[in-house]
Design a protein around this ligand. Structure first.
Ligand SMILES: Nc1ncnc2c1ncn2[C@@H]1O[C@H](COP(=O)(O)OP(=O)(O)O)[C@@H](O)[C@H]1O
Ligand SMILES: [Mg+2]
Length: 226
């Protein structure tokens, strides 16, 4: 099995969109895909359809049953804040080792590809001492880094990549997912990122629905590894 961790330069830039799209592209090529979103904040059962968990189940072709929800997102919190804060406010603890064990199980399954969607940006705290970067490091898993095209993304992107490289985290590709009402063109943003990160595989993902006519642009990231 090939496994990837989908992280980002920040929250709301497109991790779920990219994870869902990559899942669809792989499934369309006959690959089996396991997707987990272990930690989710801003989760409500009544709004399930619009949560990351609900969206990912939909694209996997799985029903939004409580069993399926719990299977891909064991750590769910109501408040739409960082996981460490949400847990503290609810008087709960996120056991880092349990998150690692759950993620490893997902990576060890029978599917062709496993995708783990992180939470927030790569340096967001998961508890009092660990960030998402520690989660990735513990799994020793290659990442797909999602960034936007909003004004300010260049600094966020380069900071993210530098922090990740400083930690020795493996980056398979950067996906530039076009932000809503972006004043900066997608292509120019991607070209600028390429200029500063010459060895990076930079993908362009226009602002579009999943069923748009845009050709597959992500599947080969996961297929190249076999
Ligand atoms: N390339 C894109 N095309 C269309 N919508 C997108 C794209 N990238 C992100 N979005 C939308 O932007 C919002 C935030 O993206 P999301 O994937 O939920 O971010 P994250 O998972 O990083 O928090 C969602 O409504 C998502 O559907
Ligand atoms: Mg998400």
């Amino acid at each position: 099995m090939t496994s990837y961790f989908v992280t980002a330069s920040g929250t709301g830039v497109g991790k779920t969109h990219v994870t869902a799209r990559l899942t669809r592209e792989l499934m369309a090529r006959g690959k089996t895909v396991k997707v987990v979103k272990p930690l989710i904040t801003g989760f409500t059962w009544h709004g399930l359809k619009h949560t990351d968990t609900g969206i990912l189940l939909h694209h996997l072709g799985l029903d939004p049953t409580p069993e399926n929800v719990k299977a891909i997102s064991p750590w769910r919190f109501d408040e739409p804040v960082s996981p460490d804060m949400a847990a503290r406010h609810e008087g709960r603890d996120i056991d880092f080792d349990e998150v690692i064990a759950f993620s490893r199980d997902a990576m060890d399954g029978p599917e062709d590809v496993a995708l783990i969607e992180g939470v927030g940006g790569v340096m967001v705290p998961m508890d009092d001492t660990h960030t998402v970067a520690d989660w990735i490091a513990a799994l020793d898993i290659p990442t797909i880094v999602v960034v936007g095209t909003y004004l300010g993304t260049l600094s966020h992107t380069l900071t993210t990549i530098e922090a990740m490289r400083g930690r020795g985290l493996a980056i398979e590709a950067v996906v530039v997912s076009e932000s809503e009402d972006s004043p900066v063109p997608l292509e120019e943003t991607a070209e600028t990122i390429e200029r500063f990160l010459p060895d990076m595989d930079v993908r362009r993902l226009e602002r579009a629905k999943y069923d748009s006519s845009q050709p597959d642009i992500l599947a080969d990231i996961a297929l190249a590894a076999g």
